[in-house]
Ligand binder design. Structure first.
Ligand SMILES: *Cc1c(COP(=O)(O)O)cnc(C)c1O
Length: 354
């Protein structure tokens, strides 16, 4: 090791899903939305005044914040916008988890939480999910430095009803509780409705999945003005101009088209419920996902073998080489045609191998 290398921070980075190049592939590996963004977004893109790129963007993302406030019935002082929810969540770790006490999140969950905890030196504990992959709310009742979990959880897709979310909140009045709602639009009611009663709650959502805008990188947090102010203070201590101007305008255009949003979410939920029947018919089992993906396993076909076979067909799904997960595949809900291609292959493959 060179002397100057001793001063380098060593981290084990998060590994994102593959973004394969080229056409003619079925991409069901990173939970993107298979439908294009709203026509209102595309119109806004066409009409954009490129000349204004000369100037710095609005550091407060006011237009987008106001659009979100109107959509969720909140004031601008209750909303923080960031560069994807990954940015919002990373800043939240930096801002809220400084007590020195361990932060709690499930052992099986979004694997970025552990990476941020390590990066920022936040101690953490990971209570195990039960044998059905469910979060045990009683594991989140002890002293802690904060709580974070996705609802629905990833990669299981399991949605936790709000009375259970509230159990965790009421047991944690003294620490910040973050509910990562990346997939909430495909599931049940959001914890946003609990903000009135819990000032220590932060609800984080994203435009990447239900709004078909993963490429723009827009995420946001909703919470008590004190939490939002604290996030802004840290953001302005880091980089004032995180959100670029086109993303601010296009994001607001997306929020303005509620009908298109509802329609694409409905289509994905319909396809998901049909896919559950097809998978079950082929002998797969899976938790009852309320997200835009299914987490499937088969008694006669090894997940890794199936993953490789699908890839040879240019059908990309996600495989996690980790304890308890390594015989499952996480498969994003695509269009009806994409799912047809998947099932045509699976019917053949399961008959031969299963
Ligand atoms: C996709 C995802 C995110 C990150 O979304 P971006 O807004 O694209 O950064 C955060 N949390 C969970 C659980 C996710 O699945």
């Amino acid at each position: 090791m060179r002397p100057w290398e001793k001063a380098i921070r060593r981290v084990t980075p998060y590994v994102p899903g593959e973004q394969p190049k080229g056409g003619d592939l079925v991409k069901l590996n990173t939970n993107e939305n298979p439908y294009p963004p709203s026509p209102a977004v595309l119109a806004c893109l066409r009409d954009m005044d490129g000349g204004s790129l000369r100037k710095y963007p609005d550091p407060a993302s006011s237009g987008l914040t106001e659009a979100l406030g109107a959509r969720y019935g909140l004031g601008a002082e209750q909303i923080f916008v960031g560069v994807g929810s990954d940015d919002v969540l990373a800043l939240s770790f930096l801002t809220f988890f400084n007590s020195g006490q361990p932060v709690l999140f499930p052992d099986i969950t979004y694997s970025f939480y552990k990476v941020w905890a390590e990066l920022f030196g936040v101690p953490y504990e990971t209570p195990p999910l039960d044998e059905n992959f469910r979060i045990r709310t009683e594991d989140y009742a002890g002293q802690n430095g904060g709580v974070i979990f996705p609802n629905p959880n990833a990669p299981t897709g399991i949605y936790m009803p709000l009375d259970q979310v509230e159990e965790i909140l009421s047991a944690n009045r003294d620490s910040v509780v973050i509910v990562d709602e990346a997939y909430i639009d495909f599931a049940g009611p959001s914890a946003v409705g609990l903000l009135e009663r819990y000032e220590n709650l932060l609800v984080v959502q994203t435009f990447s999945k239900s709004r078909s805008l993963a490429g723009l990188r827009i995420g946001f947090a909703m919470g008590h003005p004190r939490l939002i102010r604290a996030l802004n203070d840290v953001k302005y201590s880091f980089n004032s101009y995180t959100m670029n101007m086109p993303s601010q305008l296009l994001g607001a255009a997306s929020v303005g088209d509620e009908a298109y949003f509802q329609e694409t979410v409905r289509r994905i939920r319909d396809t998901r419920e049909k896919a559950k029947l097809r998978f079950r018919g082929l002998g797969f089992s899976f938790p009852d996902s309320q997200a835009n993906f299914l987490f499937v396993t088969h008694p006669g076909v090894q997940a890794r073998v199936l993953f490789e076979a699908l890839k040879r067909e240019r059908i990309y799904v996600r495989y996690f080489d980790a304890p308890r997960l390594d015989n499952f595949l996480r498969i994003t809900i695509g269009t009806e045609q994409e799912m047809e291609k998947l099932f045509a292959f699976l019917e053949d493959f399961v008959k031969k191998e299963g």
